[in-house]
Write a protein that binds this ligand. Structure first.
Ligand SMILES: N[C@@H](CCC(=O)N[C@@H](CS)C(=O)NCC(=O)O)C(=O)O
Length: 260
């Protein structure tokens, strides 16, 4: 299988953890024009939203991390990542949904500020403070979901765990992770000990090193960031209206296909 990805993408990390847990061989490629909205060729043909992750498996072309996870589970059911019990399945899917939409948007917003320098000074401080308190709220919700279990799925690692993993780990990267000696901190430690996760997080950490020139790349016009659905909402609800207006004026914000 070929996975179009970017190591910083939490969505791609979910898929890589699943592939590694299932022991499926895969190669990775980061599309050259990713982030510009100008991708062409096989990646663009496979992913009309021009988003990673996108999986190529023989004739199959599959985009969206959740759909890819479902495909992998259907194609190679063992080891199972989604539990059998209907309620446990619904719980895993709810956790994934919250993390993919609301949690991801907070981390992404912090990247827009810290890496791409969309806001500075007082505005940046205020937006970061909002992100920190939103993160705390989500960690509290996740603490309730974990309860006294080792894993979100109960006794074994699974779908919900790999769905929380990249997001919570990114909070740790930003210094917003769970407090020491809490159940979530212990979960994160257990998580990092899994080879599938350790390999994926190592690739994430290596890629963060290359973000030092992100603001220059944005200013050069090489990048037009996709302000889609929850990400745009995060900006609007967290004090970034001016960020959006500035980005539109400078033409370094774009929206999602179809544009008409
Ligand atoms: N719902 C999608 C979201 C995928 C997504 O937003 N991917 C981002 C990277 S994190 C992307 O490829 N954006 C394209 C761009 O920024 O040009 C999924 O679950 O896979």
């Amino acid at each position: 299988m070929l996975l179009y990805e970017h190591p910083l993408s939490s969505y791609a990390q979910k898929v890589k953890i699943a592939l590694r847990e299932k022991g499926i061989a895969f190669t990775v490629e980061t599309p050259s024009a990713l982030g510009s909205g100008n991708s062409t060729g096989p990646f663009a043909a496979a992913s009309p939203r021009l988003e990673v992750p996108t999986l190529i498996d023989g004739e199959a072309r599959i985009f969206d991390s959740t759909i890819i996870l479902e495909y992998l589970e259907d194609k190679q059911p063992s080891p199972a990542l989604l539990p059998r019990d209907p309620l446990a399945r619904a719980e895993a899917r709810m956790i994934e949904e919250v993390c993919d939409t609301l949690y991801e948007a907070i981390n992404w917003g912090l990247g827009e500020i810290s890496w791409f320098k969309r806001a500075e000074g007082r505005l940046a401080d205020d937006m970061k403070a909002k992100a920190a308190s939103q993160t705390r709220e989500l960690l509290e919700w996740l603490t309730g979901k974990l309860g006294n279990n080792d894993w979100f799925g109960g006794t074994s690692f699974g779908w919900a765990d790999l769905s929380v993993a990249p997001y919570l780990n990114r909070s740790v990267h930003y210094g917003l992770g769970p407090a020491a000696n809490t159940p979530l901190a212990a979960w994160h430690k257990r998580l990092c000990a899994r080879p599938s996760v350790a390999a994926t997080f190592k690739e994430f950490e290596a890629a963060t090193q290359g973000m030092g020139n992100a603001a220059e790349r944005l200013a050069s016009g090489a990048i037009r960031r996709e302000y889609r659905d929850h990400r745009l909402e995060w900006m609007m609800k967290s004090g970034g209206v001016q960020v959006v207006l500035d980005g539109l004026a400078r033409n370094n914000i774009r929206f999602t296909w179809p544009l008409g």
